[in-house]
Write a protein that binds this ligand. Structure first.
Ligand SMILES: [Fe+2]
Ligand SMILES: [Fe+2]
Length: 310
């Protein structure tokens, strides 16, 4: 698996949705589980700019190759979230995408600032911290594309399949960048390997956790991967990550699935109740209305006239 940053910069572009049969979105049904996953995935795609804000305070950003990648990557991820939202809207689920994004971010509150600060401190204290988030980047991208592949299989929805297969192509490139960069950092660097393994074993969480609750993460994992094929996919994912120097035999996603199963064993309603009750709406933040957090303080015509310059 090779990756050329020069080629990536040349080829990076907005997701090409030409020819997607959008009017046929309503012709095939999506289950409650499919819809739950789509909301989760859309929210996490839309969370990329905040995730990026963590990376940009680390000293890895001294590396112009990394920042060139991040510039393109962030733009590509934007269109993943936009198109998942479009599909949901066309399917008949009504929400304002901008309000939803602002609500998800506002609900993170103080925790987000603490997380940025600790990433910043970690990066400046530990020289090999870069290895950790490059590895996490690789795991996140690989988990994302594995999740999309599982959703294609579960839903059997032709339009969703077409859209997700296009997104998966982007995710593969992202995975190649992170994996190769992590490998480069870790190769022949035993100290970095120890730091990486130690951090992953103790602090790694599945993509989206933190933005989503443990129960929401488990609902996604159990819907997509709690069958023979799903478990095999997660074991294969761990095996791929285990090929990074120092990470042989590491268990991440498979362990997360087994932990989700255990929580459900202890409480049979766990996770599935979120899917059954269609709990995918995002509540507005209690303290700060989004109008206070965005430039959209005015509503209706006032906003439009500003935008029109009139
Ligand atoms: Fe994405
Ligand atoms: Fe990605």
């Amino acid at each position: 698996m090779s990756f050329s940053i020069e080629r990536y910069k040349e080829e990076s572009k907005k997701l090409d949705t030409t020819g997607i049969d959008w009017p046929a979105v309503t012709a095939s049904p999506l289950s409650k589980g499919d819809l739950f996953c789509l909301h989760y995935m859309m929210d996490i795609e839309n969370h990329v700019p905040l995730y990026l804000s963590h990376l940009l305070v680390t000293r890895a950003c001294m590396d112009p190759i990394l920042t060139a990648f991040l510039a393109c990557w962030n733009y590509e991820e934007l269109w993943h979230g936009e198109n998942l939202g479009k599909l949901l809207n066309l399917y008949g689920i009504e929400f304002d995408a901008q309000d939803r994004i602002a609500n998800v971010r506002a609900n993170l509150g103080f925790q987000n600032s603490v997380s940025i600060l600790s990433t910043m401190v970690g990066s400046w204290v530990l020289k090999d911290f870069s290895a950790v988030y490059l590895t996490i980047g690789a795991i996140n991208e690989l988990s994302t594309l594995t999740g999309y592949t599982a959703l294609i299989r579960k839903s059997g929805h032709p339009v969703l399949k077409d859209l997700l297969n296009r997104i998966i192509k982007d995710e593969r490139r992202h995975y190649a960048f992170y994996f190769n960069s992590a490998k480069e950092w870790l190769a022949g660097n035993e100290k970095a390997q120890r730091v990486d393994r130690w951090m992953l074993d103790r602090f790694w969480v599945p993509v989206g956790q933190g933005v989503k609750t443990q129960e929401q993460v488990d609902a996604l994992a159990l819907y997509l991967f709690d069958d023979e094929q799903g478990e095999e996919d997660l074991l294969a994912l761990d095996e791929k990550i285990g090929k990074l120097p120092g990470l042989a035999g590491i268990e991440l996603m498979s362990k997360a699935l087994y932990a989700a199963r255990e929580r459900r064993r202890q409480n049979p309603e766990w996770a599935w109740r979120l899917i059954d009750n269609e709990e995918w709406a995002v509540a507005p933040p209690k303290k700060s209305p989004i109008g206070e957090l965005t430039t959209r303080r005015m509503h209706g015509e006032a906003t439009l006239s500003v935008l029109d310059g009139t």
